[in-house]
Design a protein around this ligand. Structure first.
Ligand code: GDP
Ligand code: MG
Length: 597
């Protein structure tokens, strides 16, 4: 295909503003798939994505469109995730395309993730076509939102598309705008092959599938290719495009986006951002690489049933094949046995991986308190990267501790601003900026990441009834008065509940933890003390009273089936518990105890 008949673009939006629905509509209106194959949110393939209604992995589709000028165009759409944890996926797919549709819900307006995502598009030098979506709704205010896009983002929105992705309004016009307003890709067909490795994942039937964008040259089946960064060499056995199902093609030329397979066994060999060229007569200079994704949140994953450890290893290895930003190493805990310490881009990422292990691999998990990486500076000059609070060295040897800080941007309607400021204050935030744009307040805070990873986002949503939007970026490390708080249940420390806290907030957190655990741990036949301690000093304490009655006592021995049911239920409940010394702790306790009300 001639370069001037190709357009490559992505869709950027805040979550729920209609990106996936618009993608569906673009695919449908160009008859890319038959009516029968068309199901809602076609690109969101994973079950979890469907259930949660979010897009996790960037997906690609090739659309053929006959424009009003009678010519046939090839449109390559890369659908990107909108959630803050997946900003990295957005940044790399941006480099593979020349333009973006900026979708803004015209009943809501610009949100924090609209900003974060559109800035990535601007960074990648995209031409941007604003799309005001959901104009079918009575609450739609296209004029206000158009003005807001101009004020806040600073791009011309006078020719924004008016669209209802749901009812199909403005779709034809949007397709025409893509052709008229987005630039065609550039590239030299006769130059040596230079392709960008945009993404890769493991497919059980095909091995590793590599998503590529051809910059120069032509990629053909049978080519001997080389990854410039890793030096790995392969023979290409299949190339094709996504429509959105895989379809083989003979070649991919400049400006095209498609996939290759080459008997690659490990996703590790295919570094996202690498440049692919031919082994002989290849190009000399690689493309500038992508910024690598770094895990920022760590937690332990342990099987509830220790016999499932090998299954868990298998599941984690498979998932890691598919997700370069997910890291893991083996961990042993006195209380929980064998498991893995895993690193994630953020909490949603953690939840998604945990869900997938439980659901796709049917392994029940205990998740320990999520933690960030602390820098611990020892008196002897050594510096330790602390991934697990349980490994915190004795305070007498520690000189000081630094923690990661973030810059958070929160957008919220005026009436909830007070609650948001209080929440940020409570989480040790430092206000950096407070402005008003289009009837909404925008607060910028410097916050410790550890106060955000756990339940900040949930709290923010609940105090603002879902009206706030939130985005953050890491800004670096700073020293503070941080200590390890231990939890002792029946006088035994439970490593999995250890956490780093600010000294000034330790009593409060300790008390809250003990109270929560008192509710979460079932009564036993004996009294159980629950304590929070810092370096041997108890700072909070609760006591769980002993159980008086046998659970089946109230059945009076009469109703045998009811009695059996009750016992079965108790047995099922047992399965989800782990023993700590003589005490059974239900798995929910590990997560719930850390949520603050
Ligand atoms: P995404 O998170 O940006 O991918 O958003 P989705 O495409 O999943 O859409 C979020 C919700 O908005 C879904 O319930 C859609 O049905 C709904 N939606 C999307 N576009 C429109 C539209 O044009 N009009 C109306 N009324 N609802 C829409
Ligand atoms: Mg979506």
């Amino acid at each position: 295909t001639e370069l001037d008949h190709i357009r490559n673009f992505s869709i950027v939006a805040h979550i729920d503003h209609g990106k996936s629905t618009l993608a569906d509509r673009l695919i449908q209106s160009t008859n890319t798939v038959s009516e029968r194959e068309m199901k809602e949110q076609l690109l969101d393939a994973m079950d979890i994505e469907r259930e949660r209604g979010i897009t996790i992995k960037a997906n690609t589709v090739r659309i053929e469109y006959i424009a009003k000028d009678g010519e046939k165009y090839i449109l390559n759409l890369i659908d990107t995730p909108g959630h803050v944890d997946f900003a990295y996926e957005v940044s790399r797919s941006m480099r593979a395309v020349e333009g973006s549709l900026l979708v803004v819900d015209s009943t809501q307006g610009v949100e924090a993730q609209t900003l974060a995502n559109v800035y990535q598009a601007i960074d990648a030098d995209h031409e941007i076509v604003p799309v005001l979506n959901k104009i079918d709704l009575p609450a739609s205010e296209p004029d206000r939102v158009r003005e807001q896009i101009e004020d806040v983002i600073g791009i011309d929105a006078s020719e924004a598309m008016l669209v209802s992705a749901k009812s199909g309004i403005g779709i034809e016009e949007t397709l025409e705008a893509i052709i008229a307003r987005l630039p065609a890709p550039q590239g030299d067909r006769d130059a040596p092959l230079k392709a960008m490795l945009v993404d890769s994942w493991y497919d059980p039937y095909l091995g590793v599938v590599v998503l590529v964008r051809i910059m120069d040259g032509v990629l053909k089946k049978g080519d001997q290719i080389k990854m410039m960064q890793t030096g790995a060499k392969y023979g290409v056995d299949r190339i094709g495009v996504f429509r959105p199902a895989m379809q083989n093609v003979d070649e991919l030329g400049p400006g095209e986006i498609g996939f290759l397979t080459a008997q690659i066994k490990q996703v590790r060999d295919t570094k996202v951002g690498d440049t692919i060229t031919t082994e002989k007569k290849g190009c000399e200079k690689p493309l500038p690489g992508f910024k690598p994704s770094i895990p920022v949140v760590f937690c332990g994953l342990f099987p509830v049933d220790s016999a499932e450890f090998e299954d868990l290893r298998d599941a984690i290895e498979k998932l890691a094949l598919n997700d370069a930003s997910f890291s893991y190493e083996m961990e042993t805990s006195a209380a929980l046995g064998f498991g893995f310490r895993c690193g994630f881009l953020g909490l949603l990422h953690l939840e998604v991986i945990r869900d997938r292990i439980e659901r796709e691999y049917d392994i029940e998990l205990i998740t320990t308190a999520p933690s960030v990486i602390y820098h611990v500076f020892m008196k002897d000059g050594e510096k330790i990267d602390l991934h697990n609070p349980a490994d915190m060295p004795d305070l007498t040897h520690v000189d000081h501790v630094e923690e990661p800080r973030i810059k958070a941007t929160i957008m919220v309607p005026d009436e909830y601003l007070g609650d948001v400021l209080k929440l940020c204050q409570d989480r040790r935030g430092i206000q950096e900026d407070l402005t008003y744009v289009g009837g909404r307040a925008m607060a910028v805070y410097d916050l410790p990441l550890n106060e955000v990873v756990f339940d900040f986002y949930d709290r923010l949503k609940s105090v603002t009834k879902g009206y706030a939007s939130f985005d953050y970026q890491l800004i670096g490390y700073r020293q503070d008065n941080l200590v390890k708080m231990q939890i002792l249940v029946n006088d035994e420390p439970v490593d999995a509940l250890s956490m780093m806290v600010h000294r000034d907030r330790a009593e409060m957190r300790g008390r809250a933890m003990c109270e929560k655990l008192k509710d979460l741990i079932p009564r036993h036949m004996f009294k159980i003390p629950i304590q929070a301690a810092i370096g041997g000093k108890v700072i909070a304490r609760e006591t769980l009273a002993a159980l008086r009655k046998d659970v089946t006592a109230k059945c009076y021995g009469g109703d045998a089936t009811r009695k059996r049911k009750l016992l079965d239920k108790q047995k099922a409940g047992k399965k989800k518990m782990r023993q700590f010394g003589k005490v059974d702790i239900p798995q929910e306790a590990f997560i719930s105890a850390l949520k603050m009300d």
